[in-house]
Write a protein that binds this ligand. Sequence first.
Ligand code: NAD
Ligand code: TYD
Length: 341
Amino acid sequence: MQRILVTGGAGFIGSNFIQYMINTYKEVEIVNLDKLTYAGNLNNLRSVERDDRYSFFQGDIADRQLVNEILCCKKFDTIVNFAAETHVDRSINRPDDFLKTDIFGTFALLEAARQSDIKRYLQISTDEVYGSISEGSFSEDSSLTPSSPYSASKGGGDLLCLAYYKTYGLPTIITRAANNYGPFQYPEKIVPLFITNALEDQPLPLYGDGSQVREWLHVEDHCRALDAVLQNGRPGEIYNIGGYCEEKNRVIAETIVDLLKKPRELITYVDDRPGHDVRYSIDSGKVKSLGWQPQISLEEGLSKTVAWYKKNRKWWQEIKNTEYKNYYKTQYGRRLAHAKA
Ligand code: NAD
Ligand code: TYD
């Protein structure tokens, strides 16, 4: 039996990963440590919550005593750290928790891991640490030039992981993935925000002129890549995980309204995000050499994702009735009023 500590497993990618591992492997036991911030949702894990191989523990990765106790009591083979504050717009409004979780929380986990005899520590990171690139793609050796408090904090966590490998020999591996989309994504990120707004005939607030480019990766392809890295990746290494498809935000918005047969007039151009990165692009050749490649095209993935949000209204409507209401008003109220004027 392989025992894995997953942190942040009640969020979007973490919950998809837990479901993927439990459904793919018999001999795996997963403990999910999650603080249950606004983004953590135990409804994401209904399909595995009764499985004997899965258990949940509510707690903060930045709580050093708690993390030490968890790693001392149970012997884990692997730690997979998804726990983070993740939304760029929130990091612009209030960076504090980003530094606490994404940097200090990573430090607390690494320190506890150093006192244990884990075989792998996998840090889930992002292509945003490289910053924007106008032509070509970033490789794992590219320097870090993050633009937002979110990407700067994630970069800080990455650097700590590299230092713990070099200094203490802790078997850390870093993965840097492109923009993910798919089921169970909190509707603050562009894809689920635009799908759910369109379903409610609400405006789709597109920043600036909508010409910014992101590389898109379906969350199931991401989970398969993480599995390949856990099996065949080398400690001390970094692996980019891209979806091999880049697209402008404007095209993403148009595709979503077209799939839902809604009018394109719902797309509303609003004031741009400060420090908005123009284009993300990564070279994923290294992770491909581990035997992985994406299986879901953007066209197929968006269509499946739209179908999932159509079918799972209750899931996202419950979220939209929580703190999300205030967040949405603060983030978009003035922007949308301004756009209409
Ligand atoms: P998410 O915001 O959906 O979920 C984050 C989870 O972490 C939540 O369950 C939350 O409760 C938990 N959490 C936050 N602070 C915590 C703390 N201090 N202690 C314990 N748990 C805490 O995020 P996501 O989109 O699933 O992203 C997961 C990871 O993947 C993050 O590290 C993110 O940087 C990285 N990533 C995300 C994307 C993307 O497009 N979403 C792309 C590349 C990398
Ligand atoms: P987002 O989903 O926040 O991911 P990230 O900033 O981490 O890439 O945003 C993806 C792109 O979509 C980004 O260029 C900003 C843009 N965007 C909008 O145009 N409108 C929105 O309401 C949001 C949330 C994002």
